[in-house]
Design a binder for this molecule. Structure first.
Ligand SMILES: Nc1ncnc2c1ncn2[C@@H]1O[C@H](COP(=O)(O)OP(=O)(O)OP(=O)(O)O)[C@@H](O)[C@H]1O
Ligand SMILES: [Mg+2]
Length: 317
């Protein structure tokens, strides 16, 4: 079983607004509201891939109740800690005419020390039945970034594989506790490593830096695919996975989450690294074909997987 942890769960509203312009009044041509936050999106994508998954995290107020009810309605097993402050609502505006996407994300609720304590207790309990724990997404207000490191240490204490999708100080804190997998997008990896990457070689070196900072494996992805430094027994190998040609997209929200789900589902099924990277890129790309984070058609995923080129590359330097 895979457990996902979403500290800053959200109700994600996606509005499709043709010819979207700031300071204009618009009507949305379609809209969708789904429980979200990165861990929840990963859980949805894992369920779609047929993986047993439980979603936990923090949920509060009426929005929190809606998140839990809707997850249950989707058939995603969940066990959230209820908190007193209100969970956030995130809004994405997709313009189908320009294909541009605007995201407005609230910071999220204030969370108290005792509430974080209850979450840690729940994590201890649920991690005992888990093979993999995914910690994903931003931290609610007033939760110190070091909390990510604490959670990774807790998961590792149980001998459970830990995968992290976080940014900035939270990612740095997680790295210090040596998670098995991190999967930042290119921009997020550049920020933590401290400089921009100009070529695939520099992305590979960036992925290696993330490993030096504590990751077992680092998958740095962008819209064209990923460059990954993967641990294979005692050694690490560098891989590049590319999707060619790139499809027309409907919405990229949650593509990185579907990417991580694809990688974990394949790895969990004992697939070799090449197949895991192929699944990752295909799930990320399939996620772009419809509205909703972690929503994709398995048939799209399979067709896209055939267009992913995966190759081991010599590690630069
Ligand atoms: N425009 C696109 N066309 C095809 N595939 C895409 C596109 N954008 C993203 N993907 C796929 O999704 C994966 C991750 O995408 P991206 O780098 O945008 O993630 P992200 O920024 O972490 O997204 P999020 O945080 O919203 O989940 C990529 O590896 C790629 O396979
Ligand atoms: Mg991401």
């Amino acid at each position: 079983m895979i457990l996902t942890v979403t500290l800053n769960a959200a109700l994600d509203r996606t509005l499709s607004v043709p010819n979207f312009q700031v300071s204009h009044r618009h009507r949305a041509s379609s809209s969708l509201a789904l429980p979200g936050g990165k861990g929840v999106n990963v859980a949805r994508a894992l369920k779609r891939l047929g993986q047993p998954v439980i979603a936990t995290g923090l949920a509060g107020g009426r929005t929190g109740t809606t998140i839990i009810e809707e997850l249950t309605g989707e058939g995603i097993l969940n066990d959230f800690v209820r908190i007193s402050d209100e969970s956030r609502t995130s809004t994405a505006v997709i313009d189908p005419t320009s294909n541009l996407q605007t995201e407005i994300n609230e910071y999220g609720p204030a969370v108290s020390e005792p509430e974080l304590g209850v979450l840690i207790d729940k994590l201890r309990y649920l991690a005992r039945g888990a093979d993999v724990v995914v910690l994903a997404g931003s931290l609610p207000r007033e939760v110190p970034p070091d909390f990510y490191g604490e959670l990774v240490r807790e998961v590792r204490r149980h001998g459970v594989v830990c995968a992290v999708d976080a940014t900035g100080r939270a990612l740095r804190s997680a790295l210090s506790a040596e998670p098995e997998v991190v999967s930042p997008n290119r921009r997020e990896a550049e920020e933590v490593v401290g400089h921009e990457f100009e070529s695939d070689e520099e992305v590979a070196l960036g992925a290696e830096s993330l490993c030096q900072m504590g990751a077992g494996s680092a998958l740095v992805h962008d819209e064209t695919g990923c460059v990954a430094r993967l641990r294979d027994g005692r050694v690490r190998r560098t891989w590049r996975a590319r999707l060619e040609p790139l499809p027309e997209v409907v919405s990229t929200v949650g593509s990185g989450d579907a990417f991580l789900a694809g990688f974990l589902a394949a790895t969990y099924a004992q697939e070799p690294p090449e197949q895991a990277l192929r699944m990752a890129v295909a799930c990320g790309a399939a996620n772009t074909q419809s509205l909703g984070a972690g929503v994709f058609d398995p048939a799209d995923m399979e067709a896209l997987a055939r267009q992913v080129v995966v190759e081991p590359i010599d590690h630069p330097g």
